[in-house]
Structure formats: structure tokens, C-alpha cells
Ligand binder design. Structure first.
Ligand SMILES: C[S@@+](CC[C@H](N)C(=O)[O-])C[C@H]1O[C@@H](n2cnc3c(N)ncnc32)[C@H](O)[C@@H]1O
Length: 433
């Protein structure tokens, strides 16, 4: 098994709309020789980050679309063009080693197709790129529907968002103030010669200058810090857990925000409960609890119904809703391939159903803190506005903050170079008076 063959195996299912890059890559990294792992990761992430451009090129060079059963050959073309277009791998190596994979895939018939396509690209690259620049999908390296939707919703910000989506995301840590102060953690990082700085908006955050394997950093296994984007770190402050309260984290896995709230409530007089739909994802929460030596009651259940509920009302509910994840494309570039325009509507329906169901589990004067990592108003402010319109007992609570931009309901953050991801937050209070 070499990196290029494993990259094809990682990406081919995604081309058939199955799975996600992160999990597919995790599986195939297990079979990868140690010295080839960086190349495997770079090829897979890069091929997805530049998917819109790579597919435009392939469509120009290959006359007949490949059949679904040949998704592996399509993946091979993607990684081949990616290496020639975006990596500094010597051309002869990129071509010959990519073409060679056809044999390992037991598809020797594809050798001439792959070879001809890659060599054609090599010859015609400048003219082809020039020609393709008139296609917005190629020019902005995003799917056409996404560009249109973004332009429509954010006429002043859309280009900056597209640019930020193509940058490498920073690695941000969240200090566990229970164990260590942010200043001490920064000093410890300095001693390990890790360049790092404080985040601007989260009082817990530290951004590392270069990506690093956190497992090798002092204090990680002892739970002194976790990896969490700065925008995600803002959730716990908005929930603001108080002694004696009972708080539900309604969509918990992998537990980043739940763990943060637990860290902020060391006296244990606040009761936390977590709810997660997917059993395998709930296991991730437990693993994360173990590292920081904290835990709470967890339900595996569906937030659109009450089958899991013990009948006790909550003071606060954090609803970190399932969403299009369009604010975190730079971390999950396969979204460019996997997310479709029509998904936004169906995701919004689920978000509404969860919000509606959870509203009934809230005490009078209780609050729902609604969050998504989406940048589309359909999943954010429009959900909140229509909820408030339809519920006489729902009152919007303004968030006073320096971060993001204020909307009629809630605040919207956009992905920002070297800083936070795209996120949305809003607070609604129940007031049956
Ligand atoms: C955005 S992620 C949550 C991230 C998490 N709050 C954190 O900070 O680590 C959304 C989670 O909601 C879960 N989910 C999706 N639909 C759900 C439902 N109907 N009920 C409960 N959980 C759901 C997903 O499996 C996913 O783990």
C-alpha cells in the first residue's frame, strides 16, 4: 500500500456520496507506511480543497464521464491533476507513480486514459487555466450553487469568505482553567519552542503558529488543554452555567462544548446532561471525558423527540444544531464535494424540529443558546426569527460582544484567516408571563 493508492481508496467512496473525508482517511492511515502518511494526508485534503477546480479540468480533458463503478479511476485523475497543478512533486514522478496505480486497482484498461489525461494537462495547463477562468466555479474554487447563495446572502462579504475557506485553518487550544492559567500554558508552550499567541475573543484560547501533534505537547494527556476553535469556545460563556442549574447539551458529540462547560463549573453544583443521536459519536464524548477526568450523565437519543427525557425541566439548553458546516469548510474541504444546495432546506427542517421539541423541556425563564457552524441565514437567523414570531413565550436576548456581526437576531461570525471559524449564536428566553 502506498500513499497514492490509499488516497484513491480514501476518496473514491466520497465521489459516490458515501462517508466523509475525516473518517475515510482515519481508516486508511492505519495501512499507510509512517513515512508516507504526510503525503497521503496532503493529497487527500488538497484534492478536496481544490475539488471544484480539479473537476473543471477533468471535465475538459476527459470526453466521456466515467461510470460510478469507476469512481476509483476518477479519484486517481483527481489526485494526479492535483499533484501536477498544486504540488511541487517532480512531474515525471507524479505522472508515472499515479498511472502505475491502475494496475493495483486491477484496471489496466485505465492506464492509457490516466496517462493521456495527465500528460495532456501538463502540455495544455496555461491555456486551459486561462480558458477556465471564465467559469466562476473554477475561478473561486467553490461549487457554483455555493457561490450564488453566498453572493445572495452576503453581498459585501462573499469574496472574503471564499478566500478564507481556502486557507489552512489554525490550530487553536482551549485552556482548562481548572488545571492551568492561559499565561502558564503559553509559557509551557514557549519552553517547548512552540510559537503561540492568545486568541482575540475567547479568554481561554491559544492559537499555535504551526500545526503540531497535540499528543506530543506537555499537559495534553493530563487534560490541561483541548483542541477547539475560538468561535466554538464562545459557547460556554454564552451558556454561563450557574450553581444549582440543570443544563442540557442537546447535540453533544464529540463533547467539546460540554467539556468546556464542565471545566467552568468545578464545584459540581451545576448538573449537566448530554444528548447525542449517534452511539458511535457518543463514545467519542466518553473518551474525551476520560482525558480531562470529568463526566456527566449522557443520553443516546434523538433531540426531535422526548423518548430519552426523564421529565425534569432544564434551566438552560445548548443547542449546537446539526448544520451544513459551511463555516468550517477550511477544516472539512470535502464539504465542497458532498454538500448540495438542497441540503440546506432539509437541514433547516431538522433544526426547526429540534428547537421546537426542546422548547417544551425548558423551565419558565430558561434559555436556549442556539449555535451552528453554518454561514447561511436559513440555518441561523431565519430559524430564530421565525421561531420568535411563532412563539408568544419566546424572547430574543441580545448578545453584547466584540466578536462577529450583530444580526436582528443573534450574531454571525465568518471564517477568518489565522483566527476563528464561521459560527452563529443566538439566545432565546422563555417567558410565559
Ligand atoms: C455540531 S455537532 C455538535 C458538536 C458538539 N456540540 C461539540 O462541541 O463538540 C452536532 C451533533 O449533533 C448530533 N445530532 C444530529 N442530529 C441529532 C438529533 N436529532 N438529536 C441529537 N443529536 C443529533 C450529531 O450526531 C452531531 O454529533
Amino acid at each position: 500500500m502506498n500513499a497514492r493508492l490509499l488516497a484513491v481508496k480514501t476518496l473514491a467512496p466520497l465521489l459516490c456520496d458515501s462517508g466523509a473525508l475525516k473518517y475515510s482517511l482515519q481508516r486508511h492511515l492505519l495501512d499507510c507506511p509512517e513515512n508516507q502518511k504526510p503525503l497521503l494526508q496532503q493529497i487527500c485534503y488538497g484534492s478536496m480543497r481544490y475539488y471544484p477546480q480539479l473537476i473543471c479540468i477533468i471535465n475538459k480533458l476527459v470526453n466521456k464521464p466515467l461510470k460510478t463503478k469507476d469512481a476509483d479511476i476518477q479519484a486517481l485523475l483527481l489526485i494526479g491533476i492535483y499533484q501536477l497543478f498544486k504540488l511541487r512533486i517532480p512531474e515525471h514522478a507524479a505522472i508515472s507513480e499515479t498511472v502505475e496505480i491502475c494496475k493495483s486497482l486491477n484496471k489496466p484498461w485505465a492506464t492509457s486514459l490516466v496517462n493521456a489525461t495527465l500528460r495532456n494537462f501538463q502540455r495544455k495547463q496555461s491555456a486551459l487555466v486561462e480558458q477556465l477562468l471564465s467559469d466562476n466555479s473554477f475561478k473561486y474554487n467553490h461549487p457554483q450553487w455555493f457561490i450564488e447563495k453566498l453572493k445572495h446572502n452576503w453581498p459585501d462579504q462573499w469574496q472574503a469568505i471564499l478566500t478564507a475557506n481556502d486557507l489552512h485553518p489554525p490550530l487553536t487550544l482551549r485552556t482548562n482553567l481548572n488545571k492551568v492559567s492561559r499565561e502558564t500554558l503559553l509559557k509551557k508552550l514557549q519552553q517547548q519552542e512552540i510559537a503561540a499567541k492568545k486568541t482575540e475573543f475567547s479568554i481561554y484560547g491559544i492559537t499555535l503558529e504551526k500545526p503540531t501533534d497535540v499528543n506530543t505537547l506537555e499537559g495534553f494527556s493530563a487534560g490541561e488543554f483541548s483542541v477547539q476553535d475560538e468561535a466554538a469556545q464562545l459557547a460556554a460563556q454564552l451558556v454561563d452555567p450557574k450553581p444549582g442549574e440543570t443544563i442540557l447539551d442537546a447535540c453533544s458529540a464529540p463533547g467539546g462544548k460540554l467539556l468546556h462547560m464542565l471545566e467552568l463549573s468545578p464545584d459540581k453544583t451545576t448538573t449537566f446532561k448530554g444528548l447525542e443521536l449517534e452511539p458511535h459519536r457518543a463514545e467519542r464524548i466518553i473518551e474525551n471525558f476520560q482525558r480531562v477526568q470529568l463526566d456527566c450523565e449522557l443520553y443516546v437519543g434523538d433531540a426531535t423527540n422526548r423518548e430519552w427525557w426523564d421529565g425534569k425541566l432544564f434551566d438552560k439548553i445548548l443547542l449546537d444544531a446539526p448544520c451544513s458546516a459551511t463555516g468550517v469548510i477550511r477544516r472539512n474541504p470535502d464539504i465542497k464535494l458532498l454538500r448540495k444546495s438542497e441540503d440546506i432546506h432539509s437541514i433547516a427542517k431538522v433544526q426547526k424540529a429540534i428547537l421546537e421539541n426542546l422548547w417544551g423541556l425548558l423551565k419558565n425563564k430558561g434559555r436556549i443558546i442556539y449555535a451552528t457552524c453554518s454561514i447561511f441565514p436559513q440555518e441561523n437567523e431565519k430559524i430564530i426569527s421565525s421561531f420568535i414570531r411563532d412563539h408568544d413565550d419566546a424572547r430574543h436576548i441580545k448578545i453584547d460582544a466584540q466578536w462577529g456581526s450583530r444580526r436582528e437576531h443573534g450574531r454571525q461570525l465568518f471564517p477568518s484567516a489565522d483566527a476563528h471559524d464561521g459560527f452563529y449564536y443566538a439566545i432565546i428566553e422563555k417567558s410565559s408571563d
